[in-house]
Write a protein that binds this ligand. Structure first.
Ligand SMILES: Nc1ncnc2c1ncn2[C@@H]1O[C@H](COP(=O)(O)OP(=O)(O)OP(=O)(O)O)[C@@H](O)[C@H]1O
Ligand SMILES: O=c1[nH]c(=O)c2[nH+]cn([C@@H]3O[C@H](COP(=O)(O)O)[C@@H](O)[C@H]3O)c2[nH]1
Ligand SMILES: NC(=O)CC[C@H](N)C(=O)O
Ligand SMILES: [Mg+2]
Length: 522
């Protein structure tokens, strides 16, 4: 059995850009399949992938500096359409004989672009004056021979160029960010007009392709899937179930770090929607014992990651003991950003150990099945919808695998978890009642267990803990902004938490974007 042929692929070459993933997403939004490769990959290897087009990302280096990442000229002579953005644009310029240096013409942020050739491939049908997002200190002062300059700004004479004959295009700005008002249109012009691609990639293709692959991989063995109630594992499980039906058993680990009502919800919603076999493991004592006395965030994360796998192994043994073929596979809801961040990117720093990637023990007894590892969250939601999962599952806000364990700043204890569960339930209830669930990406509720402050309640002195509300808006959790929630909703949450949750006498709002803050506090 063979899977469907690989779709036309656009390679996004990552020069250490903040936005390489965003570029890949925007290409997919244009319904063309894209993948990210590091700029250290030899050009021959890139071309061997037979890309339909190549996009060169931005990056922090200066093209003229020693040791700056470069590309073999062969890439531009191979007949593959190329679109350079910022550093990629500058690299294309210098490699092909143009001039780039530090002219003092720096631009950061919103900039007015003057389009001089609106009939060009990239700018056709876009206005002569448009807002674009710039972030550069170097500038191109002369385009390579054979290129037409198609746009400028008040400070840079060459802000875009094209060589239609060779299918080479470049812009100094960042068309991938929202603030570039016609960015998506320009990108689509490159893909459809420049590279001649057809917008036909859909998440539907992914389902057929993965179902075929998984059937082939699993054969007549069995698989388990860690099911958290979250979107990723629910969609992964539904996809694998479509492929191998009853050969799949889902395992939900109640590690005592879940929110109020979560276990019941998984049992009710997911089993009702899919009819999947579900094994619920009560592992609260095991996790809380392992976490006793630990307050360092990374240590907590590693302990939780390790205990998860041990529970899956135990479940595996129990399922095998029930008779039937070997349980050889572990299904995970790993997404593309997880994969890129844990090694694919160029020199990305390790900010937090995520329990399901990188944190897996060396002696893992399972082969992994990760059908979503090429997809972004919004695409996973689309796959879920196509698989017929209900909105309550597909549109759920993300909740981290380590659960409330990383929302208690300080040691994790049963009492503190119970307290936080109450506060979290109130916040969620009020946000839902106010109809705000779709407006926010997620709203962590955090207990500062080692902080106390003085309060007055019922004419008496209190010395209680603060609760932090962290509502954020985001597209993919890579960057986020704090949500401007209506004051009356915040007031209601604050009043209810301080009235209803013992030992909490203060509610504070986190108004930090990401960066510099992350979404979770630990
Ligand atoms: N309580 C749990 N029981 C079993 N597996 C879990 C549990 N929590 C997390 N996992 C596993 O870890 C993986 C990663 O968790 P993560 O929170 O990133 O994804 P998710 O919960 O499926 O989706 P979402 O990001 O929407 O919360 C899940 O896909 C799932 O396989
Ligand atoms: O499954 C998970 N395991 C983890 O260890 C983990 N840590 C953070 N998150 C979620 O990831 C997103 C980004 O979070 P941060 O800004 O805190 O890094 C947010 O959506 C977080 O809720 C996790 N999810
Ligand atoms: N964002 C970028 O790609 C910047 C490119 C280059 N480092 C500059 O400053 O001009
Ligand atoms: Mg989750």
């Amino acid at each position: 059995m063979s899977a469907t042929p690989a779709p036309d692929t656009v390679l996004v070459v990552d020069f250490g850009a903040q936005y390489a993933q965003l570029i890949a997403r925007r290409v997919r939004e244009a319904r063309v399949y894209s993948e990210i490769v590091p700029s250290t990959m030899p050009v021959a290897e890139m071309l061997a992938k037979n890309p339909a087009a190549i996009i060169l990302s931005g990056g922090p280096s200066s093209v003229y500096a020693e040791g700056a990442p470069r590309l073999d000229r062969e890439l531009f002579d191979a007949g593959v359409p190329v679109f350079g953005m910022c550093y990629g644009f500058q690299l294309m310029a210098t490699t092909l004989g143009g001039t780039v240096d530090n002219t003092g013409a720096r631009e950061y942020g919103r900039t007015e672009l003057h389009v001089s050739k609106s009939s060009s491939t990239l700018f056709e049908g876009t206005p002569d004056e448009q807002s674009v997002w710039m972030s550069h200190g170097d500038a191109c002062s002369a385009a390579p021979e054979g290129f037409t300059v198609t746009a400028s700004t008040d400070v840079v004479p060459v802000a875009a160029f094209e060589n239609d004959e060779k299918k080479l295009y470049g812009v100094q700005y960042h068309p991938e960010v929202m603030h570039s008002t016609h960015g998506q249109q320009v990108l689509e012009h490159f893909l459809y007009r420049g590279a001649g691609l057809t917008p036909n990639w859909t998440t539907g293709n992914v389902i057929d392709e993965q179902v075929a692959l998984i059937r082939e991989q699993v054969g007549d063995k069995r698989a388990i899937c860690g099911l958290s109630g979250g979107v990723d594992s629910a969609v992964a499980a539904a996809l694998v179930q479509k492929a191998i039906g009853a050969q799949l058993t889902c395992v939900y680990v109640d590690h005592g770090l879940m929110r109020k009502g979560e276990t019941e919800q998984v049992e009710k919603d997911f089993v009702a929607a899919t009819g999947v076999q579900l094994k619920v493991v009560d592992a609260e004592e095991r996790f809380l014992t392992a976490l006793a006395g630990v307050s360092d965030p990374e240590q907590k994360r590693k302990i939780i990651g390790r205990e998860f796998i041990r529970v899956f192994e135990q479940a595996q043994a129990e399922i095998i003991a029930d008779a039937g073929p070997e349980v050889a596979f572990l299904v995970q809801g790993t997404l593309y950003p997880d994969v890129v961040e844990s090694g694919g990117g160029t020199g990305t720093a390790n900010i937090k150990s995520h329990h399901n990637v990188g944190g897996l023990p060396e002696d893992l007894e399972f082969q992994l099945i990760e059908p979503l590892r090429k997809l972004f969250k919004d695409e996973v939601r689309m796959v879920g919808q196509e698989l017929g999962l209900p909105d309550e599952i597909v549109q759920r806000q993300p909740f981290p695998g380590p659960g409330l364990g990383i929302r208690i700043v300080g040691e994790v204890t049963k009492d503190r978890l119970d307290l936080l569960r109450e506060a979290d339930a109130i916040a969620r209830e009020e946000l839902t009642a106010a109809g705000l669930d779709r407006d926010i990406w997620q709203c962590p509720v955090v207990l500062l267990a080692d902080v106390r402050s003085v309060g007055v309640q019922g004419d008496g002195r209190t010395y209680g803990h603060p609760i932090v509300l962290r509502p954020v808006s985001s597209e993919d959790a890579m960057t986020a902004d704090w949500s401007r929630l209506p004051y009356d909703v915040l007031a209601k949450i604050s009043t209810r938490i301080t009235n209803e949750v013992a030992d909490v006498n203060r509610v504070v709002l986190d108004i930090t974007s990401k960066p510099p803050g992350t979404i979770e506090w630990e």
